[in-house]
Write a protein that binds this ligand. Structure first.
Ligand code: 6PG
Length: 236
């Protein structure tokens, strides 16, 4: 599969279309395997999409397992927590509470946290026949202003991880939270579907770089082919 790019007039259009696609894929996976594992993206862009996803009909939320593609090593009560953001904008708004969430256990020290989260993924998800990585059905991704995705940052040694599915890593000093937990490149590449949502003019050069001439070290170009939901400002 190559990259598939969908562009919309504005951010709301991109969010709605992305939510519709996510809902379709979740239903498809439930029909195939009676379960669907979704990896949630952090940051701010997904907020609008999550709010729409929570309203969409026809999803058997009791068959859904929510994971986080990456997390900041802070308590869930912290404003920088990706878990907190997803609970506020999505999980708390779902019509039922029969879904299963697997938050990153950030109370543990980062290395132990990463190991525990990987064990949980391996316990619940199918393993990829070739790579042995736990398979997340739908992995949602954002793109940072330096081309990072998940908590995989340009130049990070974590980009070279080949055997772990989850790693503890550090963000650049400009980031609000230094210590991170992230899916690795092999884990991201094992996902059945990768979906990027990016809006706003500041994302345009990064999206272009990823789609047109993926730099060898741009993490958002390393996770594999994906479906992109963009507004006109971010579209190359
Ligand atoms: C994180 C995210 C990160 C995010 C990008 C884009 O924990 O920071 O997972 O990868 O997707 O930084 O963030 P915005 O959506 O806020 O631009």
């Amino acid at each position: 599969m190559a990259h598939v790019v969908h562009s919309f007039a504005d951010a709301a259009g991109a969010a709605h279309a992305c939510a519709d696609r996510v809902a379709h894929l979740l239903k498809e996976q439930i029909a195939l395997r009676d379960v669907a594992h979704i990896g949630l993206a952090g940051g701010n862009t997904p907020r609008a999409m999550y709010a729409v996803l929570a309203t969409l009909p026809g999803i058997d939320w009791s068959r859904i397992h929510f994971w986080w593609g990456d997390e900041r090593c802070v308590p869930e009560s912290d404003k920088n927590s990706n878990e907190r953001m997803a609970r506020e904008t999505l999980l708390s708004r779902l019509p039922v509470s029969t879904w299963t969430a697997h938050p990153v256990p950030t109370k543990l020290p980062p290395p132990a946290c990463a190991a525990a989260y990987e064990a949980e993924l391996r316990k619940h998800c199918e393993l990829h026949p070739a790579s042995g990585m736990p398979i997340i059905d739908v992995l949602l991704l954002g793109i940072g202003d330096d081309g990072h995705t998940l908590s995989l940052f340009p130049g990070s040694p974590t980009l070279l991880e080949k055997s772990k599915a989850v790693a503890s890593t550090t963000a650049p000093p400009t980031s609000p939270v230094k210590d991170r937990i992230t899916l690795t490149i092999p884990a991201a590449r094992a996902a059945r579907y990768r979906i990027f949502l990016a809006v706003g003019a500041d994302k345009k050069p990064l999206v272009r770089g990823c789609l047109a001439q993926p730099a060898a070290d741009q993490p958002s170009a390393m996770v594999g082919d994906a479906e992109w939901f963009l507004d006109s400002a971010a579209a190359p």
